[in-house]
Design a protein around this ligand. Structure first.
Ligand code: KDG
Length: 345
């Protein structure tokens, strides 16, 4: 009996030792599953000095950290991958992952986006943030899915200011006959026609050379763009008019988006939220310095008084009625109601 007990104990001990050795590297652990890295290419129209580019560098930093290397973001500036409309076409085809155009060219896909081109729509940035980050802004982003795009969020282009090479502009009459480049958007064209200008639509990448060759007299963009793209080299006058607030709309190819794992989609959305808040502040902090930079580089900068601004607002007000049917009366009402909700009396 005793002998049997000893033999069984010995067997149990030997089996335990064998199991122990096996667990200490006896069998190779499953090789670390190689993580398939996905590259996200992002194309933009502005240069590497722009807040648009800096905001995407912040996006890159967050995405690559939070995805633990599963995702890599490569940013292509200066319209290397094409202008806004061309890049949106690539997203819809599934040949480019992401772009961040102004809202204005999105009107080529869906005219309701022209509501953001109505002159003097937003009273200030505080109201902009409340509306774009609220349910109405989200509704616009969600509507992009009908066009093969996934709306991610809003960065800031900003309030637009007129520059030209001919004369100081303080009132609508000063605009008469000026050849002004606008974005490819019917509301912008109509508004500048109401002011007596001779507007021409043009992709952003052609603007500098058109001003250099004097095929256009002027253009209008936020001061960060006007200064950081060195428009002071070819423009003599800058009117701080704040005539339109333009958002940048971060968007992803829906075809490619649908192939991403949910956790990676969540990383991209979270990174957009954090980077866009950071970028809007960065853009606003840069604005004053850029406006001063135009003056330091020999440009006559004219800041419109509220009364002078009102003259431009009154002269361009008819575009709201003119485009009500194309934008949609309900859309205009919904956005205006949301703006009124957040505008302090
Ligand atoms: O990438 C964005 C730019 O291409 C463009 O949207 C900037 O506001 C702009 C403009 O005037 O075209």
């Amino acid at each position: 009996m005793k002998k049997t007990f000893k033999l069984v104990s010995l067997c149990v001990m030997l089996a335990a030792l064998a199991a122990l050795f096996a667990g200490c590297g006896g069998s190779q652990p499953a090789a670390e599953k190689k993580v398939e890295k996905r590259v996200i290419k992002v194309g933009i129209g502005l240069n590497e000095a722009s807040p648009q580019y800096k905001g995407l560098q912040k996006f890159k930093e967050i995405v690559e950290k939070e995805s633990k290397g599963r995702l890599e973001v490569n940013i292509f500036a200066n319209a290397q991958l094409g202008d806004d409309i061309k890049m949106m076409t690539q997203l819809r085809a599934g040949t480019l992952e992401m772009t961040v155009p102004s809202s204005s060219p999105i009107a080529t896909l869906d005219k309701k986006w022209m509501v953001f081109d109505l002159p003097f729509l937003f009273p200030n940035e505080e109201v902009v943030d409340k509306v774009l980050d609220g349910p109405v802004g989200q509704k616009f982003l969600d509507s992009l899915s009908a066009h093969g795009l996934k709306g991610l969020g809003y960065y800031e282009n900003g309030y637009r200011q007129l520059t030209n090479s001919k004369r100081e502009v303080k009132e609508p009459a000063d605009v008469k006959g000026l050849k002004i480049r606008t974005m490819e958007n019917p509301v912008h064209l109509a508004a500048w026609r109401l002011l007596g200008a001779n507007p021409t639509p043009m992709p952003f990448s052609e603007v500098f050379s058109a001003m250099q060759q004097k095929t256009i007299d002027g253009q209008e963009n936020p001061s960060t763009t006007n200064f950081l793209q060195k428009f002071y080299e070819v423009q003599k006058f800058n009117t701080i008019s704040n005539h339109v607030y333009t958002p940048f709309v971060a968007m992803f190819s829906k075809k490619i988006w649908d192939t991403l794992a949910k956790e990676d989609q969540d990383v991209i959305l979270k990174a957009t939220k954090e980077a866009s808040v950071w970028q809007r502040k960065y853009n606003r902090d840069m604005m004053k310095e850029c406006e001063e930079g135009m003056a330091k580089n020999g440009v006559t900068v004219t800041k419109l008084t509220p009364e002078q601004q009102k003259a431009f607002a009154d002269a361009t007000a008819p575009v709201a009625k003119q485009f009500e049917a194309e934008i949609g009366a309900d859309t205009i009402k919904e956005v205006m109601t949301e703006i009124a909700k957040y505008t302090k009396k």
